[in-house]
Design a binder for this molecule. Structure first.
Ligand code: SAM
Length: 238
C-alpha cells in the first residue's frame, strides 16, 4: 500500500495555525457585535428582510429587532399597541408580525401633510419636503393582519375623539422634537404598568431632552440603547 510521507503531503490550512488560534478567535467573537442568533431571531430577521423587499424601513436591523422583541414581550399585558410615525409601514408590519391578537393603532400624517396650512404643517413640510407615506399603500401592506387601525392626520390632533386606551407597547419614530414631545405627553400617562415604549431618533439632543424631561422624575425606567433608540418601561400604575 502506498504511503504519503509527511514531506510530500499537501499542507492543510489548519496546520498553518498555531495551537489555540481558532479557540482564541472563537472566544473573541463571543464578545463582538456579531451575535450568534438563535432560530427564533432568524425568523424575526427574515421578517425584517422580507419587509425591506416590500417597502421602506428607516431602521437598522438591530433597531428593528429591538421593536419586535419588545412588542412580543408586551403583548402579554393585554391593552393595545401604537406606532406614531408610520411612513410607508415598514416598522408597523414588523409589529404586526409579533402582536398576535393585540389591536394596533397607527398615527401618521400620510398625504394630509400637503394640505395643512398651520405651523405644525409647515414644520413637517420643512423637514420631510414632499416625502410622505400613502395611507392606501400602507393599508394594503397591512391588510393580511387583523386589528390594525389608522389615524391619519397631524399628531396629536389625530387623537381627538379616541377612547382612552391602555397601551402595552408604543413605538415612536417621528423625527421631530415637537412631535416626539406631543407623543410622549399623550402615550406615557396611558401606558400600562410594565408597558414598553421604544423611541427612535435618540441620537438627536432635542429628542434626548424630551425623554429626560418626561421620564426623569420616577415612574419609568429609561434605557439608552446603543443603536439610536430609547426604551422606557413604566413601573407605576396608570
Ligand atoms: C422616520 S418616518 C417613520 C419611519 C417608519 N417608522 C419606519 O421605520 O419605516 C417619520 C414619520 O413621522 C411622521 N410624523 C412626524 N411628525 C408627525 C406629526 N406631528 N403628526 C403626524 N405624523 C408625523 C412623518 O410624516 C413620517 O411619515
Amino acid at each position: 500500500m502506498p504511503t504519503v510521507s509527511s514531506t510530500t503531503r499537501p499542507q492543510r490550512w489548519q496546520d498553518k495555525l498555531k495551537p489555540g488560534v481558532l479557540l482564541r478567535a472563537a472566544l473573541a467573537r463571543r464578545g463582538s457585535m456579531q451575535a450568534h442568533l438563535g432560530p427564533e431571531w432568524h425568523t424575526n430577521l427574515h421578517a425584517i428582510h422580507e419587509t425591506r423587499e416590500m417597502t421602506a424601513i428607516l431602521l437598522t436591523d438591530a433597531a428593528a429587532l429591538q421593536i419586535m422583541v419588545a412588542a412580543k414581550a408586551a403583548r402579554r399585558l393585554g391593552g393595545v399597541m401604537a406606532e406614531a410615525g408610520v411612513f410607508m409601514g415598514g416598522s408597523a408590519r414588523l409589529i404586526c408580525e409579533v402582536k398576535a391578537d393585540s389591536q394596533l393603532h397607527l398615527f401618521d400624517v400620510f398625504e394630509t401633510q400637503q394640505r395643512a396650512v398651520d405651523a405644525s404643517g409647515s414644520e413637517l413640510r420643512a423637514h420631510f419636503g414632499t416625502v410622505h407615506g400613502h395611507l392606501a399603500s400602507v393599508e394594503r401592506l397591512l391588510s393580511p393582519y387583523a386589528g390594525v387601525h389608522f389615524h391619519p392626520g397631524f399628531f396629536p390632533e389625530s387623537t381627538i375623539g379616541l377612547p382612552d386606551h391602555a397601551y402595552s407597547f408604543v413605538h415612536l419614530d417621528m423625527d421631530l422634537v415637537s412631535s416626539t414631545n406631543a407623543a410622549l405627553d399623550y402615550f406615557l400617562p396611558r401606558m400600562l404598568t410594565g408597558g414598553i415604549l421604544i423611541g427612535d431618533d435618540y441620537y438627536d439632543p432635542g429628542v434626548r431632552q424630551c425623554f429626560a424631561e418626561h421620564c426623569g422624575h420616577g415612574g419609568y425606567t429609561l434605557m439608552e440603547l446603543p443603536w439610536g433608540q430609547a426604551m422606557v418601561v413604566k413601573h407605576s400604575p396608570l
